[in-house]
Design a protein around this ligand. Structure first.
Ligand code: ACO
Length: 340
């Protein structure tokens, strides 16, 4: 196991940290309910709801790609922030469902939104990708290299789900969220973070085929190895332990306690995981932002979508403290504390 998390505590923080200037989100219009899934695999609304908390999820059209959803979220963030696409210096897209291996999805989006000056790259840390990308963007802003950065989490998970596997197909959905970051004078922005990984347990949540290790062949397709494989129970246990520890480490680095937080935005994988983390942190579930019931697990998109919805609902005021905590394939985990 390794930890990459050396940011100074809030009181020592003299860096030009990144603040979130604006947000955007996009969800496909097609809704797939638990009742719809009952017609596809042997499952029930009752099982899915009681084991996960998910009621429905959004599914992108066949001709709607990760970059289309990411670009839609990006356009909204640009509009709400009153920011010209030409002023974006860098686009980082967190995704595990890129349109193409290359060009990167970030390059597709750069073209679609007309961010002609922007550098662009993808970052892959599965469900932790958005927070890894946020921390990466913060480094570029704190160092003074870039002024305005767009971070996007976008996923078309419906394209990597085995729709015959009830263990996984009920869990995931499609969508995208975007944030624009700048240093805001006088604001503390990103206060602390904790990033971690454990590659030794990568096999409990993976897509075995499609890379150079196991190229796609007719035999691979027959075994459906191009789709998500997951040992649900193992992932569940690791998620609770890692999210709790990461959140506590991050709060300590920020010099804060959970009671100082207005909101906690957890990775939206399973209500029972969030409940277990809430109990361990001793924080009421009322402080947790949840949209899992409507969108399922949208991997790297779920954090920026939840952030956008919270902001749009008028539930965020300047100075509010937020903790975001995620867990995903890799294994990877990540937490950030930021001042809104
Ligand atoms: N409908 C009905 N029955 C089902 C379904 C379903 N959709 N799926 C599984 N079952 C059955 C199983 O076959 C099993 O039956 P059996 O006892 O006859 O063998 C039974 O339900 C219990 O299965 P469990 O795996 O024990 O169920 P559990 O309570 O662990 O819940 C779940 C499964 C929801 C997957 C849970 O383990 C979980 O949420 N894991 C974490 C997932 C996660 O966090 N992923 C995050 C990362 S995703 C990413 O990075 C891309």
């Amino acid at each position: 196991m390794s930890h990459l998390s050396q940011k100074p505590s809030a009181t020592e923080n003299v860096r030009r940290s990144a603040s979130i200037i604006s947000t955007g989100a996009y969800l496909p219009s097609r809704i797939l309910t638990n009742a719809d899934l009952e017609k596809m695999v042997e499952t029930s609304d009752d099982w899915i709801l009681s084991r996960t908390g998910i009621r429905e999820r959004r599914i992108a059209r066949e001709d709607e790609f990760t970059s289309d959803m990411g670009a839609a979220a990006a356009r909204q963030a640009l509009e709400l922030g009153g920011i010209d696409p030409g002023s974006i210096d860098l686009i980082i897209v967190a995704t595990c469902t890129p349109d193409t291996a290359f060009p990167s999805t970030a390059c597709h989006i750069q073209h679609k939104i007309g961010a002609k000056r922007a550098a662009a790259f993808d970052l892959q840390a599965a469900c932790s990708g958005f927070l890894y990308a946020l921390v990466t963007a913060d480094q570029f802003i704190a160092s003074g290299i870039y002024k305005t950065i767009m971070v996007i989490g976008a996923e078309k998970l419906s394209s990597i789900v085995n729709w015959q596997d009830r263990n996984t197909c009920v869990l995931f959905g499609d969508g995208a969220g975007a944030v624009i970051l700048q240093h805001r004078p006088g604001a503390r922005g990103l206060l602390a973070y904790d990033l971690g990984a454990d590659g030794g347990q990568g096999d409990i949540l993976s897509i075995p085929a499609g890379g150079c290790r196991l190229p796609i062949t007719p035999g691979v397709l027959d075994q459906r190895l191009q789709y998500i494989q997951m040992s649900g129970k193992e992932v569940f246990k690791c998620a609770v332990t890692a999210m709790n520890r990461s959140a506590e480490d991050c709060l300590e680095k920020a010099g804060l306690k959970a009671e100082h937080l207005r909101w906690i935005i957890p990775h939206q994988a399973n209500f029972r995981i969030v409940d277990a983390v809430a109990q361990r942190l001793n924080v009421s579930l009322e402080h947790f932002v949840m949209n899992l019931d409507r969108y399922g697990n949208t991997s790297s998109a779920c954090m920026p979508i939840a952030l956008h919805e919270t902001s749009m609902a008028g539930k965020l005021e300047r100075g509010d403290l937020l903790l975001m905590v995620s867990f995903g394939g890799g294994l990877t985990w990540a937490s950030t504390v930021l001042e809104w």
